[in-house]
Ligand binder design. Structure first.
Ligand code: SAH
Length: 305
């Protein structure tokens, strides 16, 4: 089944419309950070039906974990339902086609980790949308996972150290572990103990299971705003929840030459890319507008505050 670009990523806003154009800025596959970026602009028609949908939502964070905004059309939902490694592969093909991922390594890793193992039963695991995972959290949409892996690709080379703050289902932590390999280190930090337990079970069913067993991949119950000093400094830090401001501990635990990808903001958030230069100075840029659940205290999260 072949999907036209308009169908597969027909963009619409389900949160207050900011602008009618979505711009994705992507770094082409390369070993240098400073050269021309490829810009892909997708038009985003406003559809009122998308807003009425929100009244049926199970929780207010249903739409978090998204860029503002990709969306595949409703009747394709069926196609993306049910688990199948072929559908996982088709999902990766779409991320390639629409320029979300450009790296062969990232594509390989996304192909080998079946997303269905990480999405709660009863949801369409390959559908390009965030899915609630309980505790006022969501697993991010595939295009967000793809975007973050692509942004961090050069900092996820074999042997490198990666930290995933707000690891949730463990999906991205597992991807990081495959990228950095058995000589590297992939650490997930998540403050909901139940999510840590289920993420470990998810990972055990996935292609990253041997890495968990051998110890290059680990997931911990902790406040991720403090990072995870034990395996610092990190080449790559990813934060899967939106911070009101960038936590200093994460900057401190970033290696010179390392990169931090973090959504920053409250209602409207920017996905920030922070590079620590060799002299310790920081370069900060905004990648895109996003909507994530907040990086906060466990109590505030469970209260839904
Ligand atoms: N990347 C994950 C995202 C899960 S949503 C995935 O795609 O599965 C964000 C996660 O951040 C939630 O699981 C939430 O519990 C967690 N979180 C929020 N604040 C946190 C904090 N201070 N410390 C650790 N985890 C936190």
């Amino acid at each position: 089944m072949r999907l036209s670009p308009a169908l597969a990523y027909g963009c619409r806003y389900r949160t207050p419309p900011l602008k009618h154009l979505l711009t994705f800025t992507l770094l082409p596959h390369s070993h240098h950070h400073h050269h021309h970026r490829r810009r892909l602009t997708v038009s985003a028609p406003l559809l009122p039906t998308a807003l009425s949908l929100s009244s049926q939502l199970p929780n207010p964070n249903f739409f978090t974990g998204n860029s503002l905004f990709f969306r595949m059309e409703g009747d394709l939902q069926r196609f993306w339902s049910g688990s199948s490694i072929n559908k996982n592969k088709a999902m990766v093909e779409h991320l390639k086609t629409y320029g979300v991922i450009a790296s062969k390594k990232v594509a390989e890793v996304l192909e080998s980790i079946d997303r269905a193992l990480f999405v709660p039963d009863g949801n369409a695991p390959y559908y390009d949308s965030p899915v609630p995972i309980g505790y006022n959290a969501t697993i991010s949409a595939p295009h967000m996972h793809g975007t973050c892996l692509q942004l961090l690709e050069e900092n996820l080379q074999p042997g490198m150290h990666a930290l995933d703050v707000g690891s949730g289902t463990g999906y991205l932590t597992a991807c990081f572990a495959l990228m950095v390999g058995p000589q590297g280190r992939a650490v997930g930090v998540e403050h909901i103990p139940e999510l840590v337990s289920s993420s470990i079970q998810n990972i055990q069913k996935s292609a990253a299971a041997p890495l968990l067993k051998e110890g290059s991949l680990s997931v911990h119950v902790a406040d991720g705003r403090l990072g995870w000093p034990e395996h610092a400094p990190y080449d790559a830090i990813h934060v899967g929840a939106a911070a009101p401001e960038i936590p200093q501990a994460l900057i401190d635990q970033l290696k010179p030459g390392g990169r931090l990808v973090i959504p920053v903001g409250t209602v409207f958030q920017d996905l920030k890319v922070i590079d620590k230069n060799m002299d310790g100075s920081l370069s900060v840029r905004t990648e895109t507008s996003v909507r994530y659940v907040p990086l906060t205290s466990r109590d505030a999260q469970l209260r839904g505050a």
